[in-house]
Design a binder for this molecule. Structure first.
Ligand SMILES: *Cc1c(COP(=O)(O)O)cnc(C)c1O
Length: 392
């Protein structure tokens, strides 16, 4: 979709459809089906000769507005809204794979994503190789004759490792494979995987896109050719569609996305700098800081820091629990990208199902803590952290 506006304008006006009533706020079309003026009109609609809706599992007006607004933001030709981020990830992968195919994936993946490629896909005869995605040489080494998909997340959860998306895309193009990027942590504002050469982008819209803890949602974006060939039938017939009510909350979420992400990033950056100097903190990983181990790739592929900060406390699990329990403004929760500041201890929550060895490979130690900055006043967050760290 060509787009003449800058992101903030696109996110307020992009994709809006107005009914004959001229409503200002987008309408919620809570309908499962659609009526046809004549038998001929129904026939033409089913043949694809006329535009229009058929059944809400395929598409519907409120979802269409959300999808078009996302396309305009992402620079994608097509989007499909899904009921959750995991519905988006599993559909984006499975719709294009069959028994005998091979996936190469970075091992630092959101827990459920890792389960899909490591445990679910092999049940259907789809092989998977998990690698340390930071080094391009590992992607190249893992390629087999049957490699069809490269799958990655960047920055990763929770240790904010970076994968060189343009580098992986170049390798994929040499063998005709597709690159699927889970772009949740970067947000659609700070990283444009399609411009970097990736073929498919997925989001958990539960995170920054809603950003207010109300909705479970996802979206898949790509070009028209890929959607027509792979996703269209899979999406229509397996039923991961989003509820129109959810689409409406996301349309409203997108309007304020740039304002929220900016406030969250400003807060995250302040907290990262504060933690880096603190005596109880062993290290801070933040994509907006010069001391991030992959600052060079970040400068090439991201236009902003992050709303998340990962840090390690010298006192291990005990110190992490004390800090979390002592925070008053910041809430203990495994969600992220919310207007409220949230903190989580990956080793005992989001990454508890991994073996100690797998956790160590990802750089998750007992003292690792993940902070998701909200939009509160940064001074209150700084005071909260200072007081809670003193409690250790
Ligand atoms: C949350 C998340 C998902 C899953 O999304 P849901 O909306 O919870 O299904 C996938 N990938 C990443 C990186 C996430 O943060």
């Amino acid at each position: 979709m060509t787009n003449k506006w800058r992101p903030a304008t696109t996110l307020v006006h992009g994709g809006t459809l107005r009914s004959q009533y001229g409503e200002m706020s987008e309408a919620i079309y809570l309908t499962q089906g659609f009526a046809y003026d004549s038998s001929e009109a129904a026939e033409a609609r089913f043949k694809g000769e006329t535009d229009g809706y058929i059944y809400a599992r395929y598409g519907s007006p409120t979802n269409d507005m959300f999808e078009k607004r996302m396309c305009a933001l992402e620079g994608a030709e097509e989007a499909r809204a899904t009921a959750s981020g995991m519905a988006a990830v599993s559909a984006a992968l499975l719709c294009q794979l069959k028994a005998g195919d091979h996936i190469v994936a970075a091992r630092a993946l959101f827990g459920s994503c890792r389960w899909v490629v490591e445990t679910l896909a092999p049940r259907y005869g789809i092989e998977c190789t998990l690698i340390d995605g930071r080094d391009l040489a590992n992607w190249e080494k893992a390629i087999q004759k049957n490699t069809k998909v490269f799958f990655l997340e960047s920055p990763t959860n929770p240790t904010l490792e970076i994968v060189d998306i343009a580098g992986v895309a170049k390798l994929a193009n040499q063998i005709g494979a597709k690159v699927v990027v889970d772009n949740v942590f970067a947000t659609p504002l700070f990283q444009k995987p399609l411009e970097l050469g990736a073929h498919i982008v997925v989001y958990s819209a539960t995170k920054h896109i809603d950003g207010q803890g109300r909705s479970l949602a996802g979206v898949i974006l790509s070009d028209k050719e890929w959607v027509d060939e792979h996703l269209q039938d899979y999406y229509r017939h397996t039923g991961p569609a989003m509820s129109p009510f959810t689409a409406w909350t996301l349309i409203k979420g997108l309007e304020t996305l740039p304002i929220r992400v900016k406030a969250q990033t400003d807060n995250a950056s302040k907290i990262a700098d504060f933690l880096a100097e603190h005596k109880h903190v062993a290290k801070v990983i933040y994509p907006g800081r010069k001391d991030h181990p992959q600052a060079d790739i970040i400068a090439r592929q991201m236009s902003g820091g992050s709303t998340l900060v990962c840090f390690e406390l010298k006192g291990g699990k005990e110190a992490a629990f004390k800090l979390q329990n002592a925070l008053e403004v910041v809430t203990i929760s495994n969600n992220l990208g919310d207007t409220r500041s949230l903190i989580t201890h990956p080793a005992t929550t989001t990454h508890k199902n991994l073996t100690d060895e797998a956790r160590a490979e990802l750089g998750i130690s007992p003292g690792t803590v993940r902070f998701s900055a909200g939009i509160e006043d940064g001074e209150d967050l700084l005071e909260d952290f200072a007081r809670a760290l003193a409690a250790i």
